[in-house]
Design a protein around this ligand. Structure first.
Ligand code: SAH
Length: 218
Protein backbone atom coordinates (compact mmCIF):
# COMPACT_ATOMS: atom_id res chain seq x y z
CA UNK A 1 0.00 0.00 0.00
CA UNK A 2 1.15 3.55 -0.79
CA UNK A 3 0.39 5.98 2.03
CA UNK A 4 0.53 9.76 2.32
CA UNK A 5 2.09 10.41 5.74
CA UNK A 6 1.80 14.16 5.60
CA UNK A 7 -0.91 16.00 7.49
CA UNK A 8 -1.60 19.24 5.63
CA UNK A 9 -3.86 22.18 6.58
CA UNK A 10 -6.32 20.86 4.04
CA UNK A 11 -6.46 17.47 5.78
CA UNK A 12 -6.82 19.16 9.16
CA UNK A 13 -9.67 21.34 7.90
CA UNK A 14 -11.54 18.40 6.38
CA UNK A 15 -11.04 16.44 9.59
CA UNK A 16 -12.52 19.20 11.68
CA UNK A 17 -15.59 19.20 9.44
CA UNK A 18 -15.87 15.42 9.73
CA UNK A 19 -15.87 15.70 13.52
CA UNK A 20 -18.68 18.27 13.27
CA UNK A 21 -20.66 15.84 11.10
CA UNK A 22 -20.21 13.05 13.67
CA UNK A 23 -21.28 15.41 16.43
CA UNK A 24 -24.43 16.36 14.52
CA UNK A 25 -25.20 12.66 14.13
CA UNK A 26 -25.34 12.39 17.91
CA UNK A 27 -21.88 11.67 19.37
CA UNK A 28 -21.55 13.67 22.59
CA UNK A 29 -18.38 12.36 24.25
CA UNK A 30 -15.89 15.23 23.90
CA UNK A 31 -12.89 12.98 24.54
CA UNK A 32 -13.91 10.80 21.59
CA UNK A 33 -14.47 13.82 19.31
CA UNK A 34 -11.15 15.44 20.28
CA UNK A 35 -9.29 12.18 19.76
CA UNK A 36 -10.73 11.69 16.28
CA UNK A 37 -9.88 15.29 15.45
CA UNK A 38 -6.25 14.51 16.33
CA UNK A 39 -5.80 11.39 14.18
CA UNK A 40 -4.99 11.71 10.46
CA UNK A 41 -7.42 9.15 9.03
CA UNK A 42 -5.90 9.47 5.57
CA UNK A 43 -2.68 7.84 6.90
CA UNK A 44 -4.67 4.60 7.30
CA UNK A 45 -5.76 4.46 3.66
CA UNK A 46 -4.06 4.10 0.31
CA UNK A 47 -3.13 7.51 -1.10
CA UNK A 48 -5.74 6.89 -3.82
CA UNK A 49 -8.33 7.73 -1.13
CA UNK A 50 -6.66 10.95 -0.04
CA UNK A 51 -9.45 13.17 -1.42
CA UNK A 52 -12.26 11.22 0.24
CA UNK A 53 -10.61 10.06 3.48
CA UNK A 54 -12.61 12.58 5.55
CA UNK A 55 -16.02 11.58 4.24
CA UNK A 56 -18.12 9.75 6.83
CA UNK A 57 -17.85 6.45 4.98
CA UNK A 58 -16.17 3.07 5.20
CA UNK A 59 -13.43 2.44 2.60
CA UNK A 60 -11.71 -0.70 1.30
CA UNK A 61 -8.35 -1.59 2.90
CA UNK A 62 -7.68 -4.79 0.93
CA UNK A 63 -8.59 -8.47 1.46
CA UNK A 64 -12.28 -7.52 1.07
CA UNK A 65 -12.14 -5.65 4.40
CA UNK A 66 -12.88 -2.03 5.30
CA UNK A 67 -11.85 0.76 7.62
CA UNK A 68 -15.05 1.43 9.62
CA UNK A 69 -17.14 4.54 9.01
CA UNK A 70 -15.94 7.33 11.37
CA UNK A 71 -19.42 7.64 12.92
CA UNK A 72 -19.32 3.92 13.73
CA UNK A 73 -15.84 4.21 15.28
CA UNK A 74 -17.04 7.14 17.40
CA UNK A 75 -20.22 5.29 18.39
CA UNK A 76 -18.42 2.14 19.51
CA UNK A 77 -15.71 4.13 21.31
CA UNK A 78 -18.31 6.23 23.13
CA UNK A 79 -20.16 3.09 24.28
CA UNK A 80 -16.89 1.54 25.46
CA UNK A 81 -16.39 4.27 28.12
CA UNK A 82 -12.65 3.69 28.47
CA UNK A 83 -10.56 5.13 31.28
CA UNK A 84 -6.79 5.72 31.03
CA UNK A 85 -4.74 2.71 32.04
CA UNK A 86 -7.39 0.13 31.18
CA UNK A 87 -6.64 -3.01 29.14
CA UNK A 88 -8.73 -3.30 25.98
CA UNK A 89 -8.98 -6.29 23.65
CA UNK A 90 -9.99 -5.38 20.10
CA UNK A 91 -11.10 -8.02 17.57
CA UNK A 92 -10.48 -6.98 13.96
CA UNK A 93 -7.43 -4.70 13.70
CA UNK A 94 -8.04 -3.95 10.02
CA UNK A 95 -6.45 -0.58 9.24
CA UNK A 96 -5.49 -0.06 12.94
CA UNK A 97 -7.46 3.21 13.01
CA UNK A 98 -9.74 2.13 15.87
CA UNK A 99 -6.72 0.78 17.80
CA UNK A 100 -5.02 4.19 17.52
CA UNK A 101 -8.19 5.97 18.68
CA UNK A 102 -8.18 3.79 21.80
CA UNK A 103 -4.43 4.19 22.38
CA UNK A 104 -4.75 7.98 22.18
CA UNK A 105 -7.41 7.77 24.87
CA UNK A 106 -4.77 6.29 27.16
CA UNK A 107 -5.58 2.60 27.22
CA UNK A 108 -3.41 -0.45 26.52
CA UNK A 109 -4.68 -2.06 23.35
CA UNK A 110 -4.38 -5.74 22.41
CA UNK A 111 -5.68 -6.14 18.89
CA UNK A 112 -6.16 -9.29 16.81
CA UNK A 113 -6.43 -9.62 13.01
CA UNK A 114 -7.12 -12.87 11.15
CA UNK A 115 -5.99 -11.64 7.70
CA UNK A 116 -2.23 -12.17 7.43
CA UNK A 117 -1.77 -9.48 4.77
CA UNK A 118 -3.49 -6.81 6.87
CA UNK A 119 -1.45 -7.84 9.92
CA UNK A 120 1.78 -7.60 7.88
CA UNK A 121 0.76 -4.24 6.41
CA UNK A 122 0.50 -2.76 9.91
CA UNK A 123 4.05 -3.92 10.73
CA UNK A 124 5.29 -1.70 7.88
CA UNK A 125 3.10 1.28 8.87
CA UNK A 126 5.61 3.78 10.32
CA UNK A 127 3.06 5.99 12.11
CA UNK A 128 2.16 3.09 14.42
CA UNK A 129 5.65 3.15 15.96
CA UNK A 130 4.43 6.10 18.07
CA UNK A 131 2.03 3.80 19.88
CA UNK A 132 4.01 1.30 21.95
CA UNK A 133 0.88 0.54 24.01
CA UNK A 134 -0.76 -1.17 21.04
CA UNK A 135 0.14 -4.86 20.78
CA UNK A 136 -0.68 -6.50 17.44
CA UNK A 137 -1.58 -10.18 17.14
CA UNK A 138 -2.24 -12.41 14.14
CA UNK A 139 -4.89 -15.01 14.94
CA UNK A 140 -8.52 -15.94 15.33
CA UNK A 141 -10.29 -13.38 17.48
CA UNK A 142 -12.85 -15.97 18.62
CA UNK A 143 -10.04 -17.40 20.78
CA UNK A 144 -9.20 -14.03 22.35
CA UNK A 145 -5.87 -13.76 24.17
CA UNK A 146 -6.05 -16.01 27.24
CA UNK A 147 -2.41 -15.21 28.13
CA UNK A 148 -3.17 -11.49 28.52
CA UNK A 149 -6.67 -11.81 30.02
CA UNK A 150 -8.60 -10.54 31.87
CA UNK A 151 -9.49 -7.31 30.05
CA UNK A 152 -11.43 -4.27 31.27
CA UNK A 153 -13.02 -3.89 27.86
CA UNK A 154 -13.54 -5.99 24.74
CA UNK A 155 -14.41 -4.31 21.44
CA UNK A 156 -15.54 -6.35 18.44
CA UNK A 157 -15.28 -4.48 15.13
CA UNK A 158 -16.77 -7.23 12.93
CA UNK A 159 -20.31 -8.67 12.92
CA UNK A 160 -20.61 -11.63 15.28
CA UNK A 161 -23.44 -14.16 14.92
CA UNK A 162 -23.68 -14.24 18.73
CA UNK A 163 -21.68 -13.10 21.75
CA UNK A 164 -18.56 -15.35 21.82
CA UNK A 165 -18.41 -17.12 25.20
CA UNK A 166 -14.58 -17.30 25.22
CA UNK A 167 -14.38 -13.51 24.96
CA UNK A 168 -16.92 -13.05 27.76
CA UNK A 169 -14.76 -15.36 29.87
CA UNK A 170 -11.77 -13.03 29.28
CA UNK A 171 -13.62 -9.99 30.68
CA UNK A 172 -12.92 -8.76 34.20
CA UNK A 173 -15.84 -8.67 36.62
CA UNK A 174 -17.13 -5.11 36.26
CA UNK A 175 -15.86 -5.06 32.67
CA UNK A 176 -17.80 -4.68 29.47
CA UNK A 177 -17.91 -5.67 25.79
CA UNK A 178 -19.24 -3.70 22.80
CA UNK A 179 -20.25 -5.94 19.91
CA UNK A 180 -22.41 -5.78 16.77
CA UNK A 181 -24.54 -8.95 16.79
CA UNK A 182 -26.38 -10.43 13.82
CA UNK A 183 -26.06 -12.86 10.92
CA UNK A 184 -27.59 -10.73 8.16
CA UNK A 185 -26.29 -7.56 6.51
CA UNK A 186 -27.51 -5.43 9.44
CA UNK A 187 -26.52 -6.02 13.05
CA UNK A 188 -27.58 -4.66 16.40
CA UNK A 189 -25.00 -2.95 18.60
CA UNK A 190 -24.93 -4.50 22.04
CA UNK A 191 -23.16 -3.67 25.26
CA UNK A 192 -22.60 -6.61 27.58
CA UNK A 193 -21.66 -5.95 31.19
CA UNK A 194 -20.08 -8.62 33.35
CA UNK A 195 -21.16 -7.58 36.81
CA UNK A 196 -19.07 -7.98 39.96
CA UNK A 197 -20.87 -11.25 40.81
CA UNK A 198 -20.20 -12.59 37.29
CA UNK A 199 -23.77 -12.25 36.02
CA UNK A 200 -24.35 -10.71 32.58
CA UNK A 201 -26.42 -7.63 31.76
CA UNK A 202 -27.17 -6.72 28.14
CA UNK A 203 -28.11 -3.35 26.61
CA UNK A 204 -29.15 -2.87 22.98
CA UNK A 205 -28.39 0.14 20.77
CA UNK A 206 -28.66 1.13 17.09
CA UNK A 207 -28.23 -0.94 13.94
CA UNK A 208 -25.01 -1.01 11.90
CA UNK A 209 -23.47 -2.90 9.00
CA UNK A 210 -20.09 -4.57 9.62
CA UNK A 211 -18.06 -7.13 7.68
CA UNK A 212 -18.53 -10.58 9.25
CA UNK A 213 -16.44 -11.96 12.09
CA UNK A 214 -15.05 -15.14 10.53
CA UNK A 215 -13.56 -18.22 12.17
CA UNK A 216 -9.95 -19.36 11.78
CA UNK A 217 -7.05 -17.50 10.19
CA UNK A 218 -6.39 -16.47 6.59
N1 SAH B 1 -11.15 -1.91 13.52
C1 SAH B 1 -10.93 -1.89 12.09
C2 SAH B 1 -12.16 -2.36 11.34
C3 SAH B 1 -11.80 -3.36 10.29
S1 SAH B 1 -13.13 -4.29 9.60
C4 SAH B 1 -10.47 -0.52 11.62
O1 SAH B 1 -10.44 0.41 12.43
O2 SAH B 1 -10.07 -0.38 10.46
C5 SAH B 1 -13.09 -5.76 10.58
C6 SAH B 1 -11.81 -6.55 10.59
O3 SAH B 1 -12.07 -7.72 11.38
C7 SAH B 1 -11.33 -7.06 9.24
O4 SAH B 1 -10.01 -6.64 9.04
C8 SAH B 1 -11.41 -8.59 9.37
O5 SAH B 1 -10.38 -9.28 8.69
C9 SAH B 1 -11.29 -8.77 10.86
N2 SAH B 1 -11.83 -10.03 11.39
C10 SAH B 1 -12.95 -10.70 11.02
N3 SAH B 1 -13.09 -11.81 11.76
C11 SAH B 1 -12.05 -11.86 12.63
C12 SAH B 1 -11.61 -12.77 13.63
N4 SAH B 1 -12.29 -13.88 13.90
N5 SAH B 1 -10.48 -12.49 14.31
C13 SAH B 1 -9.76 -11.37 14.05
N6 SAH B 1 -10.11 -10.47 13.11
C14 SAH B 1 -11.23 -10.72 12.39
Amino acid sequence: MRRTLEDTYRHKGLRKKLVEVIKEKGITDEAVLETMNAIPRHFFLDSAFDDVAYEDRAFPIGEGQTISQPYTVAYQTQLLEVRPGQKVLEIGTGSAYQAVVLAKMGVKVFTIERQKNLFEENKKFAYLKQFPFIKFFYGDGYQGLPTYAPFDRVLITAAAPEVPQKLLDQLKPGGMMVIPVGTGSIQQMKRIWKQADGTIKEEVFDHFSFVPMLTGKN
